[in-house]
Write a protein of this length. Structure first.
Ligand SMILES: *Cc1c(COP(=O)(O)O)cnc(C)c1O
Length: 368
């Protein structure tokens, strides 16, 4: 094997418990399992997280939802994006919950559910300031209330919204909460009974007392976050790649495409079996570091599609050794936040960029 990731399910479970401990007793956690659980494997992560008390899963497409339901996860699965018209029948059949903000969709799924003699379970999506998806006015909410009122085969399970800046902007977040509470009151005033949810991971840690029925943590389950104290969360994913060759380079010689790196003095170079097609981003060229034998080794020259060269001068590296791209070796740790900083992005993108077909996943820590 040239490269693989290892996912510690015990850490997933631990992180779920840490997140739950932030919130009032009885708050249900619907974990974000979209993008194959942020690159960790949705089915395995959901099973482990369920053992730690996870009460539901959130996904981004009908396909992701179907995978979890078909696995027999036995938890509500909520589609956060928009259920596309061609997926409506399948969603109702499977019992996939989905968000609605379009009254015409409510009428359509009501007819489908009637025909299938099932209930369509929906969560009304409010746009309180993210300006991505959702209803953003009293008129929109009233129209939804009317649509739901004449849709006997549609059950309103939840009313929810999404915070844009819970990691960095208190005033804006509180404005979003205020709008949310106002529209929730309209639904309640119309006689509906449902669950409310607003918080993502930074929303949970920075506003633990919001008191809604459900919270939707994503990144925290995987051991990351930003804009709050992540002290008790621990990354669940480690990433390893094989050392393929080790050799000496003379002063003045150059490394990789376009010769952007030149050896100042004689050095030892290792070539490792991961590149940007695996998700080891090209922006780490001559910037990133990997761990070999417990030591930090600098990436030198351009990261290639399948291969990356690192400086192992003075490090006991040999072909066949494993380099740690993410994780801990000896006293050193490299995490996705460090790589994200070097690439001008966020740890979410580093994790979800790891290519699942090229980088097999190994699970440890029981649970699955
Ligand atoms: C992805 C997502 C979440 C989880 O966000 P994190 O920042 O990873 O905790 C919650 N709600 C919605 C609507 C999302 O799209």
């Amino acid at each position: 094997m040239r490269t693989y990731v290892e996912i510690d399910l015990a850490r997933v479970m631990e992180n779920v418990r840490v997140i739950a401990s932030q919130l009032p007793e009885g708050t249900a956690l619907y974990g974000a399992m979209k993008a194959d659980a942020y690159g960790h494997g949705a089915v395995e992560v959901a099973r482990a997280a369920k053992k730690a008390g996870l009460a539901g899963c959130c996904v981004a497409s009908a396909e992701e939802g179907e995978e979890l339901i078909a696995s027999g996860i036995g938890l509500p699965v909520l589609l956060l994006g928009r259920l596309l018209p061609e997926d409506e029948e399948r969603a109702v059949e499977l019992g996939l919950e989905f968000n609605v903000f379009d009254p015409a969709q409510v009428a359509r799924v009501n007819a489908i559910a009637g025909r299938l003699q099932k209930k369509a379970r929906v969560h009304a999506k409010l746009d309180t300031g993210m300006h991505r998806l959702g209803m953003d006015s009293d008129e929109g909410v009233s129209a939804m209330i009317a649509a739901l009122g004449s849709a006997p085969n549609v059950t309103l399970e939840g009313v929810f919204s999404h915070l844009s800046s819970a990691d960095d902007e208190r005033a804006y977040t509180l404005m979003q909460k205020e709008k949310f509470d106002h529209w929730v009151k309209m639904f309640r005033g119309a006689g509906f009974t449902f669950k409310t949810h607003l918080q993502n991971t930074p929303g949970i840690f920075n506003y633990p007392g919001m008191g809604y029925d459900i919270a939707r943590p994503g990144i925290g389950i995987y051991g990351y976050g930003y804009g709050f104290d992540t002290g008790k969360l621990r990354p669940a994913l480690s990433w390893y790649a094989r050392v393929l060759q080790v050799r000496e380079l003379a002063a003045g010689e150059t490394v990789s495409y376009n010769r952007t790196f030149r050896a100042e003095r004689p050095m030892t170079l290792a070539c490792i079996a991961a590149g940007y097609a695996d998700g080891y981003k090209r922006c780490l060229s001559s910037r990133g570091e990997v761990l070999i034998a417990g030591r930090r080794c600098k990436v030198v020259g351009r990261v290639c599609m399948d291969l990356t060269m690192v400086d192992v001068t003075g490090v006991p590296a040999a072909p066949g050794d494993w380099a740690t791209l993410l994780g801990t070796d000896g006293g050193e740790t490299i995490d996705a936040t460090e790589l994200a900083g070097l690439c001008g992005t966020i740890n979410y993108e580093i994790l979800t960029s790891i290519h699942d077909k090229r980088v097999p996943r190994k699970y440890v820590g029981g649970g699955a």
